[in-house]
Design a protein around this ligand. Structure first.
Ligand code: SAH
Ligand code: SF4
Ligand code: F3S
Length: 438
């Protein structure tokens, strides 16, 4: 009988894509995907190390996975970013049979095969060229409308707070032909949107005997597949977001008007300490350029509260930058020290926890107000929305995103998932536009 494989995925969208690659690699060996842990022969957690609370949550789950081992032959494994970071600790604890890092998934079949109660298996070697370019992921999204495509792996920036360069290794770009092929493939299967993924998509670069391809060129190639295929991307690093990219977006209606541009802090002093390689002024200039070329472009960001040595004045600068830009939405975090990073080695984590929490709460409160204003400003506008399916809150309504990435809900009319619907915004909440069809 076919072995059953269950995977729980944590962390960023790149991990979700990696889970799809793992299903593909093990699927070829006869493993069947299951969504019920109770019937699984192999249980994997695809893990995230970006903040301590992410890791703590996963530790809790591993404890629960162990209970499944009361069934004979069940294998429990850790893959992804924690595997890389905590290899020895995980194996020494005898809690898991398998520890596999993000660049070693091709070896999963043989490693699983080799596991026995006495011989746990481990491979956390990072690679300089692995991109899984030839592997067609097994899609795990439920909509069948919007697919994510990894275009690169790893990260060459060394933001001082960040663990990703250590868990995922050096940056490498994937062959553009395999990316376009994958996008064509999902389009032919009915998908109408692809999101191109990387830690820093602006530094995508490919060179071979046919010439060079940068990120703007790649976007253009994917957008050329069909006017009915929307293209999104994440994440852009502010230091690398080029005029060429902004102009390429503006030149194609099917490249969505949304940029996720993590700022992290509004204080140039702290940005330098974070090694972000841009200043507050640079960031604001890039935002002006984006708005000048695409006035309707959605902008979202990431913010860290309470990084090492952050003063009240630095914090105020973050608030004022948020106010000045007016982000539609933001992911907001308290600084969490990650062992081994430049910040952990060089700077004391000296903002007291209750102060971090207070600053984060202020940031969240401000963003909620700004989000309400940004969503409110869309009332009366018309959008072309890609229908994703029934709305979660009210299954009688449909939902889908406008080009600027805002979620819209509207009556079904004659529309079905995968259609483009024309809607008129009549009301809003801080995270949704409530619309009529027109
Ligand atoms: N490559 C992306 C971000 C990847 S991690 C970029 O450079 O923008 C996603 C977000 O997690 C980061 O933008 C940052 O806001 C947050 N983050 C990363 N490390 C963190 C840490 N040690 N503590 C708190 N938040 C962190
Ligand atoms: Fe981390 Fe910076 Fe790389 Fe983003 S760009 S993954 S924050 S090191
Ligand atoms: Fe987490 Fe690794 Fe992504 S640390 S955020 S899963 S790259």
């Amino acid at each position: 009988m076919a072995k059953k494989l269950y995977i729980e995925t944590y962390g960023c969208q790149m991990n979700v894509s990696d889970t799809e690659v793992i299903f593909s690699i093990l699927g070829k060996e006869g493993y069947q995907r299951t969504e019920s842990i109770g019937e699984a022969d192999v249980i994997l957690a695809n893990t995230c190390s970006v903040r301590d609370n992410a890791e703590q949550r996963i530790y809790g789950r591993i404890g629960e996975f162990r209970r499944e081992k009361s069934r004979p032959g069940v294998i429990v494994g850790i893959v992804g970013c924690m595997a890389e970071r905590l290899k020895d600790k995980l194996l020494d604890s005898h809690e898991v049979d398998l520890v596999v890092g993000p660049d070693a998934y091709r070896r999963l079949p043989e490693l699983i095969e080799a596991v026995s109660p006495e011989t746990p298996q481990i491979d956390v070697r990072l690679s300089r060229d692995e991109t899984y370019a030839d592997i067609i992921p097994v899609r795990t999204d439920r909509s069948g409308v919007s697919a994510f495509i990894s275009i690169m792996r790893g990260c060459n920036n060394v933001c001082s707070y960040c663990v990703v360069p250590y868990t995922r290794g050096a940056e490498r770009s994937r062959n553009p032909r395999t990316i376009v092929r994958e996008a064509c493939d999902v389009f032919s299967k009915g998908y109408r949107e692809v999101t191109l993924l990387g830690q820093n998509v602006d530094s995508y670069f490919w060179k071979d005997e046919n010439g060079t391809v940068d990120f703007a060129d790649l976007l253009e190639r994917v957008a050329a597949i069909s006017g009915d295929l929307r293209v999104r991307f994440a994440t852009s690093h502010p230091k690398d977001i080029s005029d060429k990219l902004i102009e390429t977006m503006a030149a194609h209606d099917n490249i969505c008007r949304h940029i996720h541009l993590p700022v992290q802090s509004g204080s140039t002093r702290l940005l330098e300490k974070m090694r972000r390689k841009y200043t507050r002024e640079w960031y604001l200039e890039r935002v002006s350029k984006i708005r000048e070329v695409m006035p309707d472009c959605g902008l979202t960001t990431d913010v860290i509260a309470g990084f090492c040595s952050e003063t009240e004045e630095d914090h105020r600068e973050t608030l004022s930058l948020m106010e000045e830009v007016g982000f539609d939405w933001a992911f907001m975090f308290q600084y969490s020290e990650r062992p081994g990073t430049l910040a952990a080695r060089n700077y004391p984590d000296d903002v007291p926890p209750q102060e971090k929490t207070r600053r984060l709460n202020e940031i969240i409160e401000l963003q909620n107000r700004i989000s309400r204003e940004r969503y409110g400003a869309d009332v009366g506008k018309r959008f072309r929305v890609l229908v994703e399916g029934p709305s979660k809150k009210d299954p009688a309504m449909l939902c889908g995103r406008a080009s600027n990435n805002k979620m819209c809900v509207f009556p079904a009319g004659n529309y079905h998932k995968g259609d483009y619907a024309e809607v008129l915004v009549k009301d809003f909440t801080s995270a949704t536009l409530i619309c009529d069809i027109v």
